[in-house]
Design a protein around this ligand. Structure first.
Ligand code: SF4
Ligand code: SF4
Length: 387
């Protein structure tokens, strides 16, 4: 069952009432007294809430306040893109508004940067993995994702949000070792299963479309979505923005592994935004980059693979926008980005030969200096395949 709640503002009182209604419907607060509940927002990067790249602090505040009022010990934990260390967490919490949300709700902010190994019997590839200690040690996890497009994975919502339970640059190792999108998608699912959040919320009051997950544009959806089932939640969320779940690698793998149906109409949807059980859809939500990558299926032969490889969108670095901050250099799993110094002007460059097309560089660049460009052949083939 997925709860779709209309919410037209981030004004705290209104958000609190929406979250309270959702929690009541699922009896979330009934037995949390005395438990440690870890709240996992999406704080992918140090951007203010207006950018719509991170979970809005009003929603984090409302969730934490209700849990605290019900007697839980609440800790907010997240590992952003890039380094995972206390100084970076401090400024991340401040800029994203989460520090204030914690102060006002009484929740604790996590600064423990250790990891803890957990068993994952339902995992396909990851039977054991290391996740953030506060998530591993919590009695319960509540996942608060943001609805966004994603350069590599098309869409990010509930399931993908738990990739942030992997500490810092360890994430780049997953990218590097699993450059095949489908295998990477299976690992994202494994990581979600290892965390097993008891409840999932998606902040879709203002979502992000176009060049998400960090360089896109806000898209006002006026909704908070929630479910105990993260897979069902993502299928309903993608359906609302008219993205076929089968074009989202994580959801396609989840469907193939039997975790969820691809058919949103088979999922019970309750709350405001339904008309006789159907999901109301919106127009003009734009998936800019890799929406077409999953349509580039050729034969598995050498020629087919070569054709697909030559048509993969590539990262392009804008010299004049680049501030040579080194974020992308540090985050690149393939270590193919370097800083050029020409006549005193420093800027990032990439050796495309080794690039695995994970688009982490685009994700971490605070200055929108990285764009993902499609080769002309890609545009022609995808256009024809779409007809
Ligand atoms: S491209 Fe962006 S992240 Fe990379 S060095 Fe330049 S400004 Fe920093
Ligand atoms: S250059 Fe960018 S897309 Fe290529 S491997 Fe490095 S981070 Fe990933």
């Amino acid at each position: 069952m997925v709860y779709v709640k209309n919410c037209e503002t981030y004004e705290k009182g209104a958000v609190l009432e929406c979250v309270r209604e959702i929690f009541d419907r699922y009896n979330i607060l009934d037995d949390v007294s005395g438990l440690t509940v870890a709240v996992k927002p999406n704080l992918v990067c140090k951007k203010t809430p207006e950018h719509a790249a991170t979970t809005h602090p009003s929603i984090v505040w409302a969730v934490c306040k209700l849990l605290k009022d019900a007697g839980a010990d609440v800790v907010i934990a997240e590992s952003p893109s890039g380094f995972y260390e206390p100084g970076i967490l401090k400024s991340l919490y401040k800029v994203t508004g989460i520090e204030q949300a914690a102060i006002e709700s009484g929740a604790r902010l996590n600064f423990d940067t250790t990891v803890t190994e957990v068993d994952n019997p339902r995992g396909k590839y990851l039977k054991k993995l290391k996740i953030l200690t506060p998530l591993a040690k919590a009695d319960r996890i509540i996942n608060i994702a943001k609805l966004k497009t994603h350069g590599m994975m098309v869409y990010t919502g509930a399931v993908k949000n738990l990739f942030g339970s992997v500490a810092g640059l360890e994430k780049t190792q997953y990218h590097f070792q699993l450059s095949d999108y489908n295998e990477f998608a299976d690992c994202i699912i494994d990581i979600f299963l290892a965390n097993a959040p008891v409840f999932n919320i998606i902040d879709a009051v203002v979502a992000m479309h176009k060049a998400g997950p960090t360089a896109g544009e806000p898209y006002t959806l006026n909704k908070i979505l929630a479910s105990t089932d993260g897979f069902e939640l993502d299928v309903v969320a993608t359906t609302i923005v008219k993205v076929d779940p089968m074009r989202v690698p994580v959801l396609r793998s989840a469907i193939q592994r039997g975790f969820v149906s691809s058919n949103a109409s088979s999922i019970a949807v309750v709350g405001d935004a339904t008309k006789s059980g159907t999901v109301q859809q919106v127009d003009n939500f734009v998936v800019k980059y890799n929406d077409d990558m999953t349509r580039l299926h050729f034969s598995d032969g050498i020629l087919g693979k070569m054709m697909a490889a030559s048509m993969r969108p590539r990262p392009v670095f804008n010299k004049s926008k680049c501030r040579a901050c080194n974020e992308c250099v540090n985050c690149c799993p393939a270590k193919v980005i370097y800083i050029e110094n020409k006549g005193g002007k420093k800027y990032a460059k990439v050796k495309l030969d080794g690039c695995i097309r994970c688009y982490c560089c685009q994700e971490v660049c605070m200055f929108k200096a990285v764009k993902i460009k499609k080769p002309w052949l890609n545009k022609i083939v995808v256009r024809n395949k779409s007809k």
